[in-house]
Design a protein around this ligand. Structure first.
Ligand code: FRU
Length: 324
């Protein structure tokens, strides 16, 4: 269908150097490639609010069919989000929230639920008696605030649980708050870190400082593949992680529905669940199957494209011969 209209989708991502963001970009690219008329352009704001605003401005100027934004920060991008909305460009927000409702749809997992699942797991493993350290990520972001809120809602019900909260920092620095807590508190039982990467670093530093510690680490994200949370659980580095899907493929599907004038819900919730030593193996083999199927599809598409090219050059040759 060569004459099918091209659909331009622009995506404003905030960083492209961490595993979760890379995996989100990749999932978008794979899903977009399944629709030959979709042209996906990814902008990377490099953790800069100003850059993200400029990127969205650019997409508005280009009159993209749909804009997807993974916000860095919730307030400063409100004007540019509202501008897209005024111009009638559908806009999808993923992962972090923005403090306006002037967009088409939000897509992401419920972070209060993420925090609650972590809290419930600690309560059930410890039977309600434990010393827990919460290591927050960028605590001003909505996932950070909401994970903390859900975690607190559960732990507050158990007076036998003592919780200390710190912000993630450079664990190799002597100024690190987590390292100071490690030094001053002899009996930490659990650490809940706001993503698997922070959990892994906290595990590393505590192994180094106190090789015999029995701290159980719980993270968030649960990515499949090398260095992902699933692998960390399988290796026994983490006692668990809470699956936080990137929603990359779903965002493209949603964008296409909106472009096709289908009515979509304003809030599109992605599922989250606990991954622990009991289900990590089966989860990762399921995810492996999905990635295999994806690469099969990619290979087949490549093959079809090659065949089409061959066919068109052969038929051109044939036409030329007939004319002769
Ligand atoms: C990646 C990340 C994830 C986390 C999400 C929250 O940049 O920190 O680890 O789940 O962003 O916004």
């Amino acid at each position: 269908k060569e004459n099918e209209e091209t659909i331009s989708i622009g995506f404003s991502q905030i960083i492209n150097n961490d595993l979760w963001r890379k995996s989100m970009d990749h999932a978008m690219e794979v899903e977009a490639s399944l629709h030959p008329n979709v042209k996906l352009t990814i902008y990377n704001a490099d953790r800069k609010v100003k850059q993200q605003i400029q990127d969205i401005e650019k997409m508005i100027e280009q009159n993209m069919d749909v804009i997807i934004v993974a916000p860095y920060e919730s307030d400063s991008i409100i004007p540019v989000i509202e501008k897209a909305n005024r111009k009638g460009i559908p806009l999808i927000i993923v992962d972090r929230k923005v403090n306006t409702l002037n967009y088409s749809a939000f897509l992401g997992a419920d972070n209060v639920e993420v925090g609650k699942i972590a809290g419930k797991q600690i309560v059930s493993l410890s039977k309600g008696h434990a010393t827990v350290v919460e290591i927050r990520g960028e605590s001003i972001t909505t996932p950070g605030l909401e994970r903390s809120k859900g975690f607190k809602q559960i732990l507050d019900k158990f007076p036998g649980i003592h919780k200390i909260s710190v912000d993630a920092d450079d664990f190799n620095s002597p100024q690190s708050k987590f390292v100071k807590i490690l030094d001053s508190l002899p009996n930490i039982d659990y650490v809940f870190a706001f993503n698997d990467f922070i959990a892994y670093n906290a595990w590393g530093i505590s192994k180094k400082k106190k090789p015999n510690n029995k701290i159980k680490f719980i993270g968030v994200d649960g990515l499949n593949g090398p260095n992902g949370g699933l692998e960390l659980v399988k290796e026994g580095v983490l006692a668990g992680t809470i699956l936080y899907p990137t929603g990359g493929a779903e965002a493209i599907k949603l964008a296409l529905k909106i472009k096709n004038k289908e009515i979509v819900p304003k809030l599109n919730k992605l599922n989250t669940t606990l991954i622990d030593t009991l289900n990590a193996e089966i989860m990762s083999s399921q995810f492996d199957k999905i990635s295999l199927q994806q690469s099969d599809i990619e290979n087949q598409q490549h093959f079809i494209k090659e065949q089409l090219e061959k066919y068109s050059s052969q038929s051109n040759l044939l036409k030329a011969l007939i004319i002769l």
